[in-house]
Ligand binder design. Structure first.
Ligand code: HEC
Length: 420
C-alpha cells in the first residue's frame, strides 16, 4: 500500500501544502524546505539511530548523517518513506488492517516535507550549528520495573552463515515466580543484535536436548536459525524482540508468566554490519517483570508441515485457529524465513471477515511483538486465519517447513488473554 502519496501537492505560487493523517491542514510554507532548516532535524530524529544522523554511527546503509550523503540518497529516501518501508516496522498501519501501538511511521506532513525538498532540488539552506539527536527510545526504570537480566555466560563472535544466529541456555534463578511485562535487548558493540527471542524449556527432556546441542557445537551456545531446534513439546515462546522496536512494553495489565526455577533459551540474530568482523558481542535481554492482573499466553498458529514447489512467484500456505472460549487478542509475533513475501491474519466472526494484520513486504527481522492499538474481542467459535505467501523462484528443489535457514515457516504467535 502506498499511503501518503496523495498528500503532497503544490499550491499556486510554489507553495507546498499538506493535510496530516487526521485531515487537519498544515499551513503552506512559502519557501521550500532546506537541509539545515527542516530535513536534517527530521532525518536525525527519525532515521539517525540507524543511518547515522545526529552524530552517531550508521548501522545500516545508506549513511544519511551529512548533507552530501543525504543528497546522494535523496531519491531512495523519498521512495522508502513514501512506500512506508522506512523506518522499518513491517505491519501495515494505514488503518485498513489493524493499527499498531509502536508504528514509527512518519506523518504525512513529514513525508511531504522531504518530497518538497527533493522536488526543489535538495537545497542546503543556511548553515546551522544545532545538532539534532535521534529520538531517544523510552527506557525501563531499574527501580520500578524489577529488571531481570537474561544473558549468555560468555560473549560470542558472530560470523557470516551459520554463526550469524545463536541459541544459549540461560537459567535466571528468580527469587519468585513473576511475569514479563516488557523487554529490551542491549549489546556491546551497540546495535549488534537485530532480533532476539526467549523460549521456555518446559520440561527436563527439552533441557537435556538443549544441553546436547550446546555440547555438540564448538563455542558458547549453538547455531539455531528458526526456533531453538529442539523437537517435541515443552518449548514455548515467552518473548520476541526486534531492533525496530527497541523497548517493548506488553499491553497494560498483561504479562507472560515466568516460573521461578525455569530454564530458558535466548536466541540472538546478530547484525554483522554493526558487530564488525572478529569482535565478540556481549548481549543481554532485560526483562521488566511484575505482577499482572491478566496473565497472557502465546498460541502458535501454523499450517501442517508443508513443502513449496520451486520456481513459484506466489506460493501460498495457511492455517486457521478457532477460539474455544472468549478471549482478547492483543498482538502477534509473525514469522517467515527469507522467501516470505506477504503475511496476513484475518478473523471470521458470525460469517463476517475482518482483516487483523497485513505484512506486505516481509523482512525476516520483523519478529517483535506487534501490539494492537485496539484489542480484538474473540468469541468462542471465532476463527483466525493465517496466510503466508512465498516466492520460491530462487530455488530448484522443493522448500520444506522447518527451522534451518533454507527451510520456511508460516507462523503467527497470537498474544492472548482470557476475556474478563
Ligand atoms: C531501526 C533502524 C532503522 C531506522 C530507524 C531507519 N532505517 Fe532505513 N534501513 C535500515 C536497515 C537495516 C536497512 C537495510 C535494508 C533492510 O535490511 O531492511 C535500511 C535501508 C534504508 C534505505 C535503502 C533502501 C533500499 O531500497 O535499498 C533507505 C533509503 C533508508 N533505509 C532510509 C531511511 C529513512 C529515510 C529513515 C527515517 C525516516 C530510516 N531509513 C530509518 C534500518 C533503519
Amino acid at each position: 500500500m502506498f499511503a501518503g502519496l496523495a498528500c503532497a501537492w503544490a499550491l499556486p505560487g510554489g507553495l507546498v501544502g499538506c493535510k496530516d493523517r487526521n485531515g487537519g491542514a498544515i499551513p503552506p510554507t512559502a519557501t521550500p524546505p532546506t537541509w539545515t532548516g527542516e530535513v536534517a532535524p527530521l532525518i536525525a530524529r527519525r532515521c539517525g539511530g540507524c543511518h547515522g544522523g545526529g552524530g552517531g554511527p550508521a548501522l545500516a546503509p545508506p549513511a544519511l548523517g551529512s548533507y552530501e550523503d543525504a543528497r546522494r540518497s535523496a531519491g531512495a529516501v523519498l521512495l522508502a518513506i513514501r512506500r512506508r518501508m522506512m523506518p522499518p516496522f513491517g505491519a501495515d498501519n494505514t488503518g485498513l488492517c489493524g493499527t499498531w501501538l509502536d508504528a514509527p511511521w512518519l506523518t504525512d506532513a513529514e513525508i511531504a516535507t522531504v518530497g518538497a525538498w527533493v522536488e526543489h532540488g535538495t537545497p542546503q539552506g543556511a548553515p546551522s550549528l544545532i545538532r539534532d539527536a535521534p529520538d531517544a527510545p523510552p527506557r525501563f526504570d531499574a527501580d520500578r520495573d524489577h529488571l531481570v537480566t537474561v544473558e549468555a555466560a560468555a560473549p560470542f563472535t558472530p560470523e557470516l552463515g551459520e554463526r550469524a544466529y545463536r541459541c544459549f541456555i540461560v537459567e535466571p534463578r528468580l527469587a519468585k515466580a513473576t511475569a514479563i511485562i516488557g523487554l529490551t535487548v542491549s549489546s556491546e558493540p551497540a546495535g549488534a543484535v537485530r532480533q532476539a527471542a526467549l523460549y521456555e524449556l518446559g520440561n527436563g527432556g527439552a533441557l537435556r536436548t538443549a544441553r546436547q546441542l550446546d555440547a555438540a557445537d564448538p563455542g558458547p551456545g549453538w547455531s539455531c536459525y528458526g526456533a531453538p531446534a529442539i523437537a517435541g513439546a515443552g518449548v514455548k515462546l515467552l518473548a520476541s524482540w526486534s531492533r525496530n522496536t527497541p523497548v517493548q512494553r506488553l499491553p497494560a495489565g498483561t504479562g507472560v508468566p515466568l516460573a521461578r526455577e525455569t530454564a530458558l533459551v535466548l536466541q540472538l540474530r546478530y547484525d554483522l554490519i554493526a558487530s564488525a568482523p572478529g569482535i565478540p558481542v556481549r548481549a543481554r535481554m532485560l526483562l521488566a517483570t511484575g505482577e499482572v492482573a491478566h496473565p497472557a499466553h502465546f498460541v502458535a498458529l501454523h499450517p501442517v508441515p508443508f513443502a513449496l514447489a520451486p520456481g513459484q512467484t506466489e506460493a501460498r500456505v495457511g492455517a486457521t485457529w478457532t477460539a474455544d472460549r472468549a478471549a482478547t487478542l492483543l498482538g502477534l509475533v509473525p514469522r517467515m524465513h527469507t522467501l516470505g513475501r506477504v503475511l496476513d491474519l484475518e478473523r471470521t466472526h458470525a460469517g463476517e471477515r475482518q482483516c487483523l494484520a497485513h505484512f506486505g513486504h516481509w523482512d525476516v527481522y520483523d519478529q517483535q511483538l506487534f501490539r494492537d492499538a485496539e484489542p480484538i474481542a474473540l468469541a468462542p467459535g471465532d476463527r483466525v486465519a493465517l496466510t503466508c505467501e512465498f516466492a520460491t523462484t530462487s530455488r530448484a528443489t522443493p522448500v520444506k517447513m522447518g527451522e534451518a535457514p533454507d527451510d520456511e515457516q508460516c507462523l503467527a504467535h497470537l498474544y492472548l488473554v482470557d476475556a474478563p
